[in-house]
Design a protein around this ligand. Structure first.
Ligand SMILES: Nc1ncnc2c1ncn2[C@@H]1O[C@H](COP(=O)(O)OP(=O)(O)OP(=O)(O)O)[C@@H](O)[C@H]1O
Ligand SMILES: [Mg+2]
Length: 406
């Protein structure tokens, strides 16, 4: 092994560089057992305008040790005593997929050259024709640099996509928490006060000495009842209390209400009596169905909707399909449409995903959530009630302090 300093004297025949610009400094590892061949390579590099910081090695162990250093390229002989260029290539590629590797051999058959290129060599040259050495080397180095730059850009893009997705998921979770907090405040502050006022007005209406006062109190009582209904409706929109009765009951109720409101025939089917779902999953499924049904009423022009809930092979699937006009990739790319994008992120918060398929005869949206491997790592909750006769929200006994767990 020897190291040739970059400014060592050169053979007269290959003297000064014909190029005007400053020689390009390249760190080159040269696997070559013949010193003379090495010097010839160095001479060709200098003549071609390269300032080689070159190190020659001729054994496998020296080659492997040298790979710990940073190189711009590897030049390698094909046949070495006890070692070969192709083995060196394998060793290099196991550590670095991009570093340029050029086979420089006394004799190299077409098959060998093809095998080398297939295994990741950048180029191959014959020792008898080193005129191509510098162009081949510079080309390989540039290709390697642009591959590295592309890989770095791809990595950065992937990292930024991940960060964006994490942010979007965090926003979804924050929105739900904020909704729950507002719903709780309405329940505790507004709801509590309205109930107290209701009782007082009822008492006044009963005990008023003058009929006009009793009538006024009854009117005020009506207004307060409206306010109670409104606050319950707002609370429900903020946080679906029906989910306390289980996802099945909630979806059944949602489907019935949707059909009543839109006149679109809506069929909810599930083969399960009850489900024990991990925390977070019922709310994600509920919000997914809610957005899918809202989309159907807004965009699909459908006359029939099917909502199917199944759990098979440890995966919960919620499928909402309609017989409407279908949607196109352009629809999904609308700049100001966030519903379906939000569903993807929302599903991600519990380790699930959303698939969307569409034809001219309808759209199907499927939410899938693996259940065996609970991605939130939280214990299962008790959203496990029979599907029969869900009570409408607002008039059942419910405790909004539990809503954060849904
Ligand atoms: N079931 C459907 N049938 C036909 N088109 C649909 C359906 N669902 C969605 N689309 C189309 O896909 C687009 C994107 O839907 P998405 O829910 O993301 O946004 P949006 O409903 O327009 O707005 P928002 O952000 O309020 O949800 C819709 O604008 C609509 O053109
Ligand atoms: Mg929408």
């Amino acid at each position: 092994m020897s190291t040739t300093p970059p400014n060592s004297s050169m053979p007269a025949s290959v003297g000064a560089s014909p190029r005007k610009q400053a020689p390009r400094k390249l760190h080159i590892l040269h696997l070559e057992d013949v010193e003379l061949d090495h010097e010839l390579v160095v001479a060709h590099l200098r003549r071609g305008g390269v300032d080689p910081q070159i190190r020659r090695v001729d054994t496998e162990s020296d080659f492997v040790t040298a790979l710990d250093q940073t190189w711009d390229a590897v030049l390698s002989d094909y046949n070495l005593p006890g070692f070969s260029g192709l083995v060196a290539l394998d060793l290099l590629r196991a550590r670095d997929a991009v570093l340029p590797f050029i086979l420089v051999s006394g004799e190299i058959g077409e098959d060998t050259a093809v095998a080398a290129m297939r295994n990741g060599a950048s180029d191959y040259l014959l020792k008898s024709n080193l005129a191509r050495l510098v162009p081949a080397l510079l080309h390989a180095v540039e290709a390697g640099e642009s591959r590295r730059a592309r890989a770095a850009a791809d990595d950065e893009l992937a990292r930024s996509r991940t960060r964006l997705s994490e942010l979007a998921q965090h926003l979804q979770t924050s929105i739900e928490m904020e909704r729950a907090a507002i719903a709780r405040e309405i329940h505790d502050d507004v709801g509590g006060s309205l109930t107290a006022v209701k009782f007082d007005l009822a008492w006044i209406a009963r005990n008023a000495s003058e009929p006009a006062m009793a009538e006024r109190a009854r009117q005020a009582l009506e207004s307060v009842k409206h306010a109670v209904d409104a606050s319950q409706r707002i609370m429900h929109n903020l946080r679906p209390a029906i989910l306390e009765q289980g996802l099945i009951a909630a979806l059944q109720w949602m489907a019935q209400r949707f059909e009543k409101r839109t006149n679109i025939v809506t069929l909810f089917r599930t083969s399960h009596e009850q489900l024990n779902l991990p925390t977070g999953v019922p709310l994600v499924a509920y919000r997914t169905a809610q957005e899918a049904l809202t989309n159907i009423s807004k965009h699909a022009g459908a006359t029939r909707v099917r909502v199917d809930l199944t759990v098979a092979g440890g995966v919960l699937s919620l499928e909402i399909s309609d017989n409407g006009r279908g949607l196109s990739p352009q629809d999904l790319a609308k700049a100001r449409s966030f519903g379906i994008r939000g569903l993807h992120e929302r599903a991600g918060t519990v380790g699930g995903w959303v698939d969307l398929s569409s034809t001219a005869s309808g759209t199907t949206l499927i939410l899938s959530i693996p259940l065996e491997d609970d991605p939130t790592g939280l214990k299962p909750d008790s959203c496990a009630e029979p599907a029969a006769s869900p009570a409408p929200p607002g008039n059942g006994v419910h405790d909004p302090s539990r809503w954060g767990e849904l």
